[in-house]
Design a protein around this ligand. Structure first.
Ligand code: ADP
Ligand code: MG
Length: 286
């Protein structure tokens, strides 16, 4: 049974003339990191807000953890964890006080705030006011907060936005650890490296519609050039040639080049996920 099962989800904001998301259908299995990849305004945050019960009045069928979303009450929030794109912390409280406040809202067992701060690289900042935190630190505090109740299903909206490279790596490692611990993660991002590195499967979303759902690897293989590029030195001058992967073992030019030249690099020409996104959707991620 899937952890999240969405069939024909359409949502229109009260102030909107057209739907922000349209006829979305996807399933997320237990233990999967499922990515929503798309440019700004595509409908990623809207989808997350529907799935966490913040936006009501959608059309379609949404079932989470084996129950229709509409049938869940407040106990839903004991089961899930959420980090928002724009974290809503109490700025006049410290990081630890924020976690302590939200921790007290749970009925079930919760994790130690100190340990969570450590996990997101904020161990030394727990006593500081959140007003003094950078945007990236607020994002990381939001990720820590999402894990307070040790949820089985975690929603992360742009968890790496505004992070410096080291903090970004830390959050990506944390997401992988959640998967290793058997948790299910719904992750939205417009960063193709994050989607590529973390997601078991990714949905490309543009203008409120899903264009394709597949693993990053299969998407890249399906849309890659299927050639190999060789950089070499021959008779004292550098050169570069591409050869088709199909029939490579019988390609006389390729074999001669390998024998006679000094090979510097050999690379298959896989598409990046961003290339694939452009090819499939006609849109860039920016
Ligand atoms: P993303 O997270 O992919 O950047 P959003 O889900 O935030 O996209 O937005 C999808 C669309 O819905 C955009 O056109 C956006 O302008 C619109 N939208 C988002 N929030 C609201 C809102 N509160 N009221 C009206 N329209 C909104
Ligand atoms: Mg968003």
């Amino acid at each position: 049974m899937p952890v999240v099962d969405v069939d024909g989800l359409t949502f229109t904001y009260a102030s909107g003339t057209s739907p922000a998301v349209r006829d979305l259908s996807f399933r997320i299995d237990r233990g999967e990191i499922f990515g929503f990849l798309g440019p700004s305004g595509a409908g990623k945050s809207t989808t997350q807000k529907v799935l966490i019960g913040l936006l009501r009045g959608y059309r379609g069928v949404v079932s989470v953890l084996g129950r229709d979303l509409a049938a869940w009450g407040a106990e839903y929030y004991e089961e899930i964890g959420v980090s928002f794109e724009l974290p809503n912390h109490y700025l006049r409280l410290t990081g630890l006080e924020n976690l302590g406040y939200f921790r007290a809202l749970y009925r079930g067992e919760t994790r130690r705030p100190e340990a969570l701060l450590e996990m997101v690289g904020l161990a030394g900042d727990g006593e500081r006011l959140v007003a003094e935190y950078s945007k990236g630190m607020k994002t990381r505090l939001g990720v820590a907060r999402a894990l307070l109740n040790d949820p089985q299903l975690i929603f992360l909206d742009e968890p790496t936005v505004g992070l410096d490279p080291a903090s970004g790596r830390g959050v990506r490692r944390l997401v992988r650890e959640l998967k290793q611990a058997g948790r299910t993660v719904f992750l939205t991002t417009h960063d193709m490296t994050v989607a590529d590195e973390l997601c078991d499967r990714v949905a490309f979303i543009v203008d409120g519609e899903i264009r394709v759902v597949d693993s990053p690897r299969d998407l890249k293989l399906a849309h890659g050039a299927r050639t190999v590029a060789v950089e070499y030195d021959l008779d004292g001058s550098p050169g570069r040639r591409e050869f088709p992967l199909d029939g490579l073992g019988d390609d006389a030019d390729f074999i001669t080049l390998l024998r006679e030249a000094t090979v510097r690099t050999v690379h298959t020409q896989e598409a990046t996920l961003e290339d694939v996104f452009l090819r499939v959707t006609g849109h860039t991620l920016q």
